[in-house]
Each structure stands twice: as C-alpha cells, then as structure tokens.
Write a protein that binds this ligand. Structure first.
Ligand code: F6R
Length: 579
C-alpha cells in the first residue's frame, strides 16, 4: 500500500512528481504530498486524491524531489498524517511505504530525547531517527537510522544541505529508473515509463544514492552491482485510451490478454516440477485466490492432480503437511501475506513457482521459477484482466499435463471472452442497483466464478454480495432470502444444469428475484427467472470465461449507475503490502 516516487534531474521536479503520483494512486489515495529541494525544502501535502488537484497545485521549487500517495495504516487520513514527514528542524523529509512495527517504542525514546512529533504515523520516527544521527552526511545518518527499524519500508529521504535522494528498501518494493541526466525511484515502474525503460530492482537491505548524474546501489556502505533490466510495459498501457475507466479498458483487453498469456505460459521446465509433484498447494489472496480455486477444478477434473488452495494469510500461521510444489499466485507479486506464505513454503523445502504479472517483483524473486502473466499494467484497483490471465496460465498447465487434450476447448476461448463484451445487462443492473444484499450461486468451476463475481460487486458498488456453492444456500443462508434480495445464478449446460434449475426454483419459491446466466437457447431457464443473461459460448471452459466477464461487467455497470468511484473504490488499494 502507498506509492512513493522520487525524481533527480533537470526538469522542475513538482510537475514530474504530480504526474507520477497519479500513476501510483491505485496503491492508495487518501492523501498525497511532495517535497522538493532547491536552496531549501518546499513541502505541500494534503488529504484527498492527487488526481483531483488539477491546476491547484502550488509552485514548489527545485529539480529534485520525493512524493507519496497514502493508504493510511497509522493515523487517520488528514493533512498532518500525509507524507512527507520531517524532523524537528524541517530540514529532513521522508516518504515511506511499509509499516514500522517498533515505532511506538522508538517514538517514546525519541520523545524522551526531546524530539517533537506532529503526526500519528509510524513514518515520522524515521525522520527523527535520521535527525538524531545526522552530522554532515545523509547516507550515513540513514543507515544508522535503519539499524533501529523493525518492519517493512521503501524509503526516500531528502536533506536540505545535500543535492541527492537517499533510497532504502526492506520488504516493500522499490525500483530505480535510469534516464539521461535524470534518475528516478518509485514503488513500481508505472511512473517511469514516460522517461525510461531501464530499471534496477532494489533488493531487501539495499540502499541507493540518487543524483541527476547517476545511481549508486549500496549495502551498509559497500557498493553492490545490480543488473539494469529493460521493462516490457509501455507508457500507452497506463493510459485510459478513450475508456471512461481503467476497469472497463482492462475488461476489454481480456481477449488479447488471455491469448498472449496462454501462449507465453508454455514452460516445460516449470511443468516438469508440477508433473512430478504428488500434489499442488496454491497460496493466494482475493481474486488470485479465486483464480487458484479454478485451477483446482481444472487440474483435478482434467488431470487427476490433487490441488489444495490456501489463503496466504492463513497458511503462514499453521503447519499443514505439504508435499510437492507450492504455487504463489499474485498479480502484483508484492502482496505481503503471499510473500510470507511463500517463505513458509520454502521452509518445507518445497519447490516453489510464482504466477505473477510483475517482472522483478518480490514473489518472482523469492520463488524458484516464475510463470509471468501477460496482462500488462493493471491500473484499476478491481482485478479483471489479471484474473483472466491467471486462468489462462492454469489452463495452459492443465492442457500440458493432459498432453493437449484441452486444445479443442481452448481454441476459441479468447473469442468466448470477446463475444461476451457487448452483452446487454440493463435489466440485471436495474435489479442489482436497488439491492442491499445479493447472493451469487454456482456449482463446480462456476462456484469460484460466483465468488469472483460477488467480490467484484462488493468492492466497487459497495453492495453486500456473498457467493455460495449453490447446494449450500439451503443450509442456512436461505433464511436471508426476501423479495428484495436478488440471487445471481450461474446455470450453464452440463451435468449441474438440472440441479441448478431445482436450486433456482427453491429460491423463486422464497420470492427472491433471480438473475440467471444460462445457455442462449435454454428457454426453460429463461422462463422461470426474472432476468436472463445468455452465455453464447459452448463447453465448460469457454463458459467459465464468459461468465467471469459477464459478472465483471455486471459489477462495473451497477457501480457506474450508482455513481461509485470505479477505479479507486473507497478504502481499498491495489497492492496489499501490509499483513
Ligand atoms: C480484487 C483484488 C484483490 C487482489 C488481492 C491479491 O479485485 O484486486 O482481492 O486480488 O489483494 O492481490 P495480488 O494478486 O496482487 O496478490
């Protein structure tokens, strides 16, 4: 959570930082702040979103600066708690992504030494610690301060007397960008793409000294070599390109993303690890967890390979028996719970494979092997194309494990996504937008699809939505059904259709309105439900993809009708880097 961005170059730093922060806003957007350095520090920080400051940003002087967009952990979102934070003299400024776990004790000690704190944040202790060690060299003071910190941090620091930025990383992501006479540091590559494609990914315990002329990476004072990598993403990919929202753009990108990812995920070496494993253990959170549940269906149904899927946040706190490969599934590759679970899996000496979208991310570095999704940058907080990309990876694995038996089913899979994009959802949206509660039901592989659909609906429209395996509804949740509680039922063809129809009739008998996704020609289903959404594709795999897209669009259009902030839902942030 939180995004940080630093610039050292020849341009006015503030406009560069403002534009960069907008590209990091998906990581947190309750407040923002910038410090620039000319002869002295200029600081502007405020509650609210940087993207809503159009034209009203004050002039800050200097060609060197650091900036921050916040997702509050310690202290409410307000102007004072916004970063940068400064020391008592206001001559040292710090921006920070992460959590300082021992900040309370540090704050007590520093207060006893006479330091005055202005904010409720954990970050402010860093500024005061640096102040207490500062003599005439900022880098030395920073590494002294770091010795006292427990927890996670990506830090950028400025001091009034020194024309350079000091960066430091431990357990929170930080990349350095190398331009021509200008250098950058950021939580991810998005703000760098307009300037350079050459980056260095910092490792835990690295620090960097950044000047307009160059970057030196160090560890406790000693220079280290880090490879310069080329970013494969392009600046155009992080623009809305005529779409009203990133979320809609990303939904529309899905046919291509599925196709590209499926093709690129063909990796014999990684497959051999999975093939040789008696069992696959997947660890993930949120939408990635739902995608992993779909993998369970594919691998168990088509390949007879046992799969267990664990919430990363649970896996790290108990000691399950694990045999075989552990798969860490994460769009960002920076989710703190998934990183911790992956490290735990390594303690079992399991081979580990990362499935991630982000080159050089912590999870890809920690795992033995990585399968990259080809989703491109996902700017909307609600995951859409990254979910489809994960499904494409898992379908490729299933297809390879069955020596191509799914080829036929997969041949037109991306078309199943494409032809779903223009589905008419007006009636379904009209029902959903009036509801305070929604249920989603499905069976087999359509149960994780229902879970993902319900998650999309609640996170962007703020309507309470719960998914159940269709057979479970009558074991308790039935008590909540009323004539104003719509039930979204995924009821395609296949062996579960008959029993799904029975479940839908049971729901109808409780007067709850039903929105059903079913095969286009299913007139029996069409006749018994309140709202029918046709799935045009055939066969379970294309239908899983079609149903996923329909439910993404249902959430999108409902939230849009309700006037919600689609790309930046309240309170949420994209990359959950705190446990
Ligand atoms: C939902 C969503 C989250 C993420 C979850 C895991 O739309 O985006 O539930 O799926 O925070 O994130 P990653 O995949 O980056 O580990």
């Amino acid at each position: 959570m939180c995004g940080i961005f630093g610039y050292a170059g020849y341009r006015d730093a503030a406009p560069v930082l403002v534009e960069g922060l907008k590209k990091l806003e998906y990581r947190g957007y309750d407040s923002y702040g910038i410090a620039t350095l000319d002869t002295h520090l200029d600081i502007h920080k405020k509650q609210g979103k940087i993207s809503e400051t159009e034209g009203s940003f004050p002039k800050l002087r200097g060609t060197l600066g650091i900036s921050h967009t916040r997702w509050a952990t310690h202290g409410v979102p307000n102007d004072v708690n916004a970063h940068p934070h400064t020391d008592c003299t206001h001559r040292i400024a710090v921006v920070h992504n992460g959590v300082i776990e021992n900040y309370f004790e540090l704050r007590k000690d520093l207060t006893a030494q006479g330091h005055t704190f202005l904010s409720e944040t954990d970050t402010e202790v860093i500024a005061h610690l640096i102040e207490s060690h500062y003599q005439d060299d900022l880098y030395t003071a920073v590494i002294e301060a770091l010795r006292h910190l427990e927890g996670s941090y990506a830090l950028l620091v400025l001091a009034e007397n020194e024309h350079r930025i000091i960066a430091a990383r431990n357990k929170s992501p930080l990349v350095l960008g190398i331009g021509d006479g200008e250098m950058f540091a950021a939580s991810d590559v998005a703000p760098l793409l307009d300037y350079t494609e050459r980056v260095i990914v910092m490792e835990d315990d690295d620090q960097a000294i950044i000047t307009p002329q160059g970057i030196r990476v160090l560890r406790a004072g000693n220079a280290v070599d880090r490879p310069v990598e080329r970013v494969t993403w392009h600046a155009d990919e992080i623009k809305r390109g005529g779409f009203a929202h990133f979320m809609l753009k990303e939904i529309y990108e899905q046919p291509g993303v599925f196709f590209e990812t499926f093709r690129a995920a063909r990796d014999e070496n990684t497959l051999a690890i999975i093939r040789d494993s008696p069992q696959v253990t997947a660890i993930a959170c949120g939408s990635s967890f739902h995608a992993a549940l779909l993998m369970k269906y594919f691998l168990e149904e088509y390949c007879r390979k046992p799969v267990r899927v664990e919430f990363a946040s649970e896996f790290k706190y108990y000691t399950p028996p694990v045999s075989g490969v552990a798969l860490a599934v994460s769009q960002s590759g920076e989710t703190a719970d998934t990183i911790a679970a992956l490290r735990k899996a390594k303690q079992y000496n399991c081979p580990t494979v990362a499935v991630t979208n982000v080159q050089g991310s912590t999870i890809s570095r920690a795992a033995d092997k990585t399968i990259y999704m080809r989703a491109g940058p996902e700017m909307s907080v609600a995951a859409t194309k990254s979910f489809i990309a994960q499904v494409a990876v898992f379908l490729q694995i299933a297809n390879m494990l069955t020596d191509g038996k799914l080829n036929q089913a997969l041949l037109h899979a991306h078309q199943a996504i494409e032809e779903t994009l223009l589905v008419d959802l007006a009636d379904a949206v009209a029902l959903c937008k009036k509801a305070e509660n929604l249920f989603y039901i499905g069976r087999g592989a359509f149960y994780p699809v229902a879970m993902e659909g319900a998650l999309k609906m609640k996170e962007i429209s703020y309507i309470h939505a719960e998914a159940y395996a269709a057979g479970e509804l009558k074991h308790g949740p039935f008590a909540l059904l009323t004539d104003i509680t719509p039930v979204v039922a995924i009821c395609p063809g296949g062996i579960t259709r008959g029993v799904m129809i029975s479940n839908i009739k049971e729901v109808k008998a409780r007067k709850a309105p039903v929105i059903a996704l079913g095969e286009s020609q299913d007139t029996e289903l069409r006749d018994i439900v309140d709202c029918f959404i046709p799935i045009r594709s055939k066969g379970p795999i294309p239908q899983v993809l079609s149903a996923t897209v329909i439910l993404q669009l249902l959430a999108y259009h409902t939230a849009r009708e309700l006037g919600c902030d689609l790309d930046m839902p309240r309170i949420l942030a994209m990359s959950v880097t705190v446990e």
